[in-house]
Design a protein around this ligand. Structure first.
Ligand SMILES: [Zn+2]
Length: 282
């Protein structure tokens, strides 16, 4: 979370912690998570079913856990250029959520990529945006996600897709592919590179859904008909990711995608709240 590059604008070094009134004792705390961890009489309020599904679906995509060796409980976190999406998630997670904050500005990311992955910068369409981060309080109900991590992130054998879970997975790691000519229908696909060696597992996940995608080298591919069934099945787009759910026409899709970058992302913002999006260099 700490920004170590002194040359970049200085975002808040740590996300503002969830503060407010404890629903059990009614007292106000600056750090509710700490209160629930240390109190003899109050404990972490449970996640609702909807919140649990939001976390699970996002864990399939951009979500991860923060689990230093000293931590009794883990916390859920999401890093994304899509500030609108993180703000929506913060609202949905309510009392469990810390504030969305600026994680790394574009210039810092660019400098770090130059060291670690110069070939990414060489590709012309690589447009670097600021990264934002959302974290939750540390919570015992999240500790089961520790089982997802060994050498790399692995999905659990008992994973059950639902309209919310699959919708968030698609929002994070999915894309629409459009044909190049004429009035073609889009095809959705989801990247699951961490499970590329478990094709039958990935296929079986969809047996509880109306979709029957093809699995190829960690890519979950939907035909045009299957893509229609996918969008009938999953929840509506989470705020910030509307363009990925725009299947009416190629033109509208690219319009919405352009609007996504203009409205929901920033470049070298000076803090997480003062800008309303847009590329400050343009
Ligand atoms: Zn309390």
């Amino acid at each position: 979370m700490k920004v170590t590059d002194g040359s970049s604008p200085k975002p808040g070094q740590y996300p503002a912690m969830a503060s407010g009134h404890c629903p059990n004792c009614g007292d106000r705390f600056k750090r509710l998570g700490q209160h629930w961890t240390t109190s003899a009489t109050c404990s972490h309020p449970p996640f609702s079913k909807a919140q649990t599904e939001i976390i699970l679906g996002t864990m399939l995509g951009d979500g991860s856990i923060h689990d230093p060796p000293s931590a009794r409980n883990v916390r859920f976190q999401v890093t994304s250029i899509n500030r609108r999406f993180l703000q929506w998630m913060a609202d949905e997670l309510g009392i469990h959520s810390n504030e969305v904050s600026l994680h790394r500005v574009a210039d810092t990311i660019e400098a770090q990529n130059q060291k670690s992955a110069p070939e990414r910068l060489a590709s012309g369409d690589y447009n670097i945006r600021d990264q934002y981060v959302l974290t939750t309080t540390r919570h015992p109900e999240l500790n089961g996600f520790r089982d997802w991590y060994g050498d790399q992130k692995r999905f659990p054998d008992n994973l059950k897709l639902s309209p919310t879970v699959l919708g968030l997975w698609y929002a994070c790691d999915g894309s629409l592919r459009w044909g190049t000519k004429g009035h073609q229908r889009p095809q959705a696909w989801i990247a699951a590179t961490n499970e590329a060696d478990r094709e039958s597992y990935l296929g079986q996940l969809f047996e509880s859904t109306p979709c029957d995608p093809t699995i190829n080298d960690g890519r979950i591919m939907f035909t045009s008909d299957d893509t229609e069934r996918l969008f009938e099945y999953i929840d509506a787009a989470p705020p910030g990711f509307e363009y990925k759910f725009e299947t009416v026409s190629r033109e509208r899709y690219f319009e919405r995608k352009e609007a996504f970058y203009r409205r929901n992302t920033t470049t070298n913002a000076t803090d997480g709240s003062s800008t309303t999006g847009g590329d400050r260099r343009s």
